[in-house]
Design a protein around this ligand. Structure first.
Ligand SMILES: Nc1ccn([C@@H]2O[C@H](COP(=O)(O)OP(=O)(O)OP(=O)(O)O)[C@@H](O)[C@H]2O)c(=O)n1
Ligand SMILES: C[C@](O)(CO)[C@H](O)COP(=O)(O)O
Length: 231
């Protein structure tokens, strides 16, 4: 039985939607890169045993940051074509390189989400859900479904019990690895870890988190993240 908690930070994206010259995880906020802010959320939390940062094979920036993490149980793995492949690479690193137990609790958190609150991380870890748990925030706007490929309203979606999935997403190492492998093998499109657990018929818990835990995705998000991160 393992009581260890490890975090995988997928940071191997190119940030197309951000329209910046460098990948968004390496843009700077208050003197540090987005990725450094995100890694700090976990290194500063007493429950976290270590972090695996998953970077692109073509990454030109990580080498400059890596020395600052010497001796801090921060490891690097190489990502893949899609986010799910990068997460799976991180999981395999935990299993095969670090030989962690299958019941190790694993958090997966987007590098592009630097505004994670320590209290939310603590609340998620308290969930200790054997079939997974995710941070999420209830939808606040009326949600419209458009006709496929058109900017024309088809209908209004029922808003009750509708949530925005955030990260971290938490699950046992062996279960999550198996779920992602099986879902990818079946051709399922995975945009988060819970989707893979759902594919197995499991129902992860929803833990309400702060809506300020935004994912830097489009140009306007950087200034918003800077505002949320200001001292
Ligand atoms: N092959 C990929 C794609 C994405 N990510 C990571 O997954 C997180 C969430 O993905 P997203 O916001 O979509 O990042 P990008 O894929 O870089 O953005 P875009 O879709 O605009 O290119 C990011 O931290 C990103 O670095 C990853 O590790 N490996
Ligand atoms: C994992 C995630 O952040 C949960 O909302 C989201 O699914 C990532 O999606 P992306 O298209 O890879 O940014």
């Amino acid at each position: 039985m393992s009581n260890e908690v490890w975090c995988i930070i997928p940071a191997a994206g190119v940030g197309k939607r951000m329209q910046t010259a460098i990948p968004k995880q390496y843009l700077r906020l208050h003197g540090q890169t987005v990725l450094e802010h995100t890694v700090a959320c976990f290194l500063q939390h007493s429950a976290i045993h270590g972090v695996v940062v998953v970077v692109s094979a073509a990454d030109e920036y990580w080498a400059e940051l890596a020395p600052k993490y010497q001796g801090q149980r921060v490891y690097q793995a190489i990502g893949g074509q899609e986010r799910a492949h990068s997460v799976l690479s991180g999981l395999k690193y935990l299993q095969q390189t670090l030989s962690l137990a299958e019941d190790t609790q694993v958090l997966v958190h987007d590098a592009a989400r630097p505004c994670l609150a320590a209290a939310d991380l603590t609340a998620l870890l308290a969930a200790k859900a054997e079939h997974g748990a995710i941070l999420a925030t209830p939808v606040r706007d009326t949600m419209k479904r458009g006709f496929k490929g058109q900017t024309v309203i088809s209908h209004t979606e029922e808003r009750a019990d509708l949530w925005h999935a955030l990260t971290p997403q938490l699950a046992p190492l062996g279960l999550l690895t198996m779920a992602i492998e099986q879902a990818l093998q079946a051709g399922i499109t995975l945009t988060d870890e819970a989707s893979a657990l759902e594919y197995l018929g499991l129902h992860p818990l929803l833990v309400e988190g702060d809506a300020r835990n935004i994912k830097i995705t489009r140009p306007a998000d950087l200034a918003l993240a800077a505002f949320f991160l200001q001292e």
